[in-house]
Design a protein around this ligand. Structure first.
Ligand code: 2GW
Ligand code: MN
Length: 288
């Protein structure tokens, strides 16, 4: 039998009046103060849920892994079963981190593409392939993120759902014409000026394995179709992801707390910065 769920009554939950907390298709937008983590944790523990966190550390980006993994141990899905899936071309440079019980690091060997645009875009293909290969057998949910990031506060099961996207920190207060969607009609990623709901971040999406399989398949195939026509979407994988979410709307939407960058300052709406971009020395880590 389940234990006592929560001492707080549902009626005592605080509300947020300063931000949008539901999309027009009734997907909750997850902001601090809109959920009770004790209720959610109890529900997910009952199902003994397993969560996969995928990230890519190709070439010099292995340097981000230490902070990424160490802070994930402190803040990501604490108390739950977690597999870290590190896709890398430098398996020997993956740092050895002390992990809590029920958590492990799985290294997936991949080759690094030459063009950086391919490094970021081909993530869709590689995640897609691994969904069928192993994720479906090993985890219930996937969370797919950039590696040049670290956790500063808890990121828990409140983010999990069928399929979810995250509001890009640069555009959560912006309106439709300002979104940096791909606008050229020749591209599969094109979103006309009179369409689009939110601008989602390329560096944070997920859902159950079947849904991530479909999402990554769409993004990868769209990229290939564009490539055949000699076109590449403005923001690479992010543009294809935004196109996918236009037609297959996410069932849950994460606030930019989950993919913040201090480049955008500290607006009042963002009460907690949970996962934040690490300063990159571009000359040092980037190539071409
Ligand atoms: C990427 C750009 C230029 C040079 C190198 C790389 C690179 C990226 C790399 O050498 N090795 C590597 O592992 N990556 C992976 O791709 C890594 O996981 C990294 O976090 C991710 C995205 O690249 P990043 O973080 O340098 O680009 P951002 O922070 O500007 O990413 C946003 O825009 C991208 C599309 O251009 C993606 O949509 C990404 O998800 C967004 O956050
Ligand atoms: Mn990044």
């Amino acid at each position: 039998m389940p234990q006592k769920f929560s001492t707080k009554s549902v009626q005592s939950l605080s509300r947020r009046n300063d931000v949008l907390t539901y999309s027009p298709w009734l997907a909750p937008i997850v902001w601090n103060g809109t959920y009770n983590i004790d209720i959610l944790n109890a529900q997910f523990h009952l199902r003994d849920v397993r969560i996969g966190l995928t990230t890519f550390a190709i070439k010099k980006y292995v340097m981000f892994l230490k902070d990424f993994l160490e802070t994930a141990e402190k803040f990501f899905m604490v108390g739950h079963k977690v597999n870290y899936y590190v896709f890398t071309d430098r398996p020997n440079d993956v740092p050895n981190i002390t992990l809590s019980e029920g958590r492990r690091v799985e290294i997936i060997n991949v080759t690094g593409y030459q063009r950086w645009q391919d490094v970021t875009m081909r993530r869709m293909e590689m995640i897609h392939n691994q969904c069928a290969e192993r994720f479906i057998k090993e985890v219930d949910y996937l969370v797919c993120v950039d590696v040049d990031m670290k956790f500063l506060a808890n990121v828990g099961v409140e983010i999990l759902g069928n399929v979810f996207g995250t509001l890009h920190p640069g555009f959560f207060g912006a309106s439709r014409p300002q979104f940096t969607y791909e606008r050229r009609p020749e591209s599969v990623a094109c979103i006309p000026v009179d369409e689009g709901d939110f601008y989602y971040a390329g560096g944070y999406f997920g859902g159950n394995v079947e849904e991530v399989y479909k999402l990554t398949n769409f993004c990868h195939n769209s990229m290939l179709k564009d490539k055949e026509m000699g076109i590449e979407a403005l923001w690479h994988d992010e543009s294809y992801l935004n196109k996918y979410f236009l037609y297959y709307k996410p069932k849950k939407i994460l606030s930019p707390e989950y993919v913040w960058n201090d480049y955008y300052g500290s607006p009042a709406a963002v009460q907690v910065k949970r996962f934040i971009g690490v300063d990159k020395n571009y000359a040092e880590v980037r190539f071409k």
